[in-house]
Design a protein. Structure first.
Length: 351
């Protein structure tokens, strides 16, 4: 096991600590890293790579970076076209880049640069976009898959096939549990238990770092009932010899559970055929397009749709939050609630 030493600095140098007190083993570093979602790690790694490349091209030092370097970099990001879109990064993407730079400094036990000037640049950029009516000034949000939209999406599926049954279960279970796509992807058959009242679904809620047992009752309409949809999927999977392992699996064009993927003779992805979070999000987008729904449809549409419909139906904020695995007082949930209340609890009504 390799131990990375860190020299005592500042007040710690006189606090009586030894070098061992201020060191982390590789195993501890890996464990800390595992506490950050994979998608966040990938995004931060990409942002850090872009920052270090810019520093190299401009003769600046990325670690430790100065406040001036950060302000110059943000100025650069507000005008430089992104290789992926051909447009400068959105304000939210620039915010993430700043977070990545600070995170990398903290990980290296280096004091992060002051971001005050950089944020002033970003604030001015955001206001300039808003005054120019540039769509980039607004945070892009997924449209909520409320029941009417879900019905239109379900109507496009051939539910006599395994793929159709899987997609119906994916939509309805994702909506009824308000699950993130990563949480849906992680579900195993053993995590779904049928009871006389409906399903009890054990979900690991990644943001709050704990399992919840989410109750999903029968739906009044069989066509939109998540319990019946999951039951139909499980029956077909059992016929195919699958009674354990991942709940949501890849299905090939012949309607069979897809075999393990290989590249250069090596197995890639989940050998049991588990769908990735990205694949689940793609399914939601594809079905919304097939239903000719306008707007932006992603895997998050299911989670937002649940909040919107539940709030419009009069359910309390606390019950909605705990059902969907939000932390108490979640700002994200409060934002969804405000959007759901804009018509049903509009202060102008009656005036």
């Amino acid at each position: 096991m390799t131990v990375i030493e860190q020299r005592p600095t500042g007040p710690l140098a006189t606090a009586g600590h030894t070098p061992a007190d201020l060191s982390l083993s590789e195993a501890a570093r890996a464990a800390i890293e595992a506490g950050v979602p994979e998608s966040t790690r990938r995004a931060y790694a990409s942002d850090w790579s872009a920052f270090t490349a810019w520093c190299s091209s401009t003769g600046r030092t990325p670690l430790p970076a100065t406040a001036q370097t950060l302000a110059e970099y943000v100025t650069h990001l507000t005008v430089a076209p992104s290789p992926r879109t051909g447009r400068p990064l959105s304000p939210s993407s620039i915010e993430r880049a700043l977070a990545a730079i600070r995170t990398m400094h903290n990980a290296a036990d280096v004091v992060p640069p002051n971001t005050k000037a950089a944020r002033k640049v970003l604030s001015g950029h955001r206001e300039g976009l808003a005054l120019a009516h540039d769509p980039a000034a607004r945070t892009r949000k997924a449209d909520p898959a409320v029941p009417d939209a879900l019905r239109e999406m379900l109507a496009t599926l051939d539910r006599a096939t395994l793929a159709g049954k899987r997609d119906a279960a994916l939509l309805l279970l994702g909506y009824a549990t308000a699950a993130r796509v990563s949480e849906l992807a992680a579900l195993d058959i053993a995590d779904v238990r049928e009871t006389p009242d409906g399903l009890l679904v054990t979900i690991y809620r990644r943001k709050i770092k704990r399992h919840t047992e989410t109750a999903v009752p029968y739906g009044a309409n069989p066509a939109t009932c998540p319990v019946r949809a999951v039951r139909a999927l499980l029956a077909d999977m059992a016929d195919a010899g699958r009674t354990s392992g991942p709940l949501l699996v890849r299905v090939d064009r012949h309607g069979r559970i897809a075999p393990p993927l290989t590249r250069a003779g090596k197995t890639i992805g989940d050998p049991a055929g588990r769908m990735t979070a990205e694949a689940i999000a793609d399914v939601v987008t594809r079905i919304a397009e097939a239903a000719d729904l306008d707007g932006r449809w992603t895997g998050h549409s299911l989670r937002r749709g649940f909040v919107t419909a539940a709030r419009r139906d009069g359910h309390a904020l606390e019950r909605i939050g705990r059902h969907g695995g939000w932390a108490d007082g979640s700002r994200a949930l409060l934002g969804y609630i405000e959007e759901a209340d804009r018509w049903t609890d509009n202060p102008v009504t009656g005036l």
